[in-house]
Design a protein around this ligand. Structure first.
Ligand SMILES: [Zn+2]
Length: 82
């Protein structure tokens, strides 16, 4: 399921308040918000991943110049997950 208009608006506001700026690789400022949430699975010290286990919901911002992808924890930005 893609991001809702409300979620996209919240993300854009949150990133502006946090001072989101230039791409760390190419220094361009042309970003595109990804259409969906992504997640990083929690990994045990031994390297095993529990599918369906805990994860960190994130949004992704893609630099349209070089393709660098920046991930941000949705909870820290105050983004509603529903
Ligand atoms: Zn870039």
């Amino acid at each position: 399921m893609g991001l809702t208009d409300r979620q996209k608006s919240t993300i854009q506001s949150a990133l502006q308040k946090k001072g989101f700026g230039a791409c760390p690789l190419c220094r361009q400022t042309n970003w595109q918000l990804g259409d969906d949430f992504v997640h990083a699975p929690v990994t045990a010290l031994g390297g095993s991943v529990a599918f369906g286990g805990s994860h960190i919901p994130m949004i992704q911002i893609v630099c349209t110049h070089c393709g660098f992808v920046s991930h941000h924890a949705a909870g820290v930005l105050g983004i509603p997950l529903e």
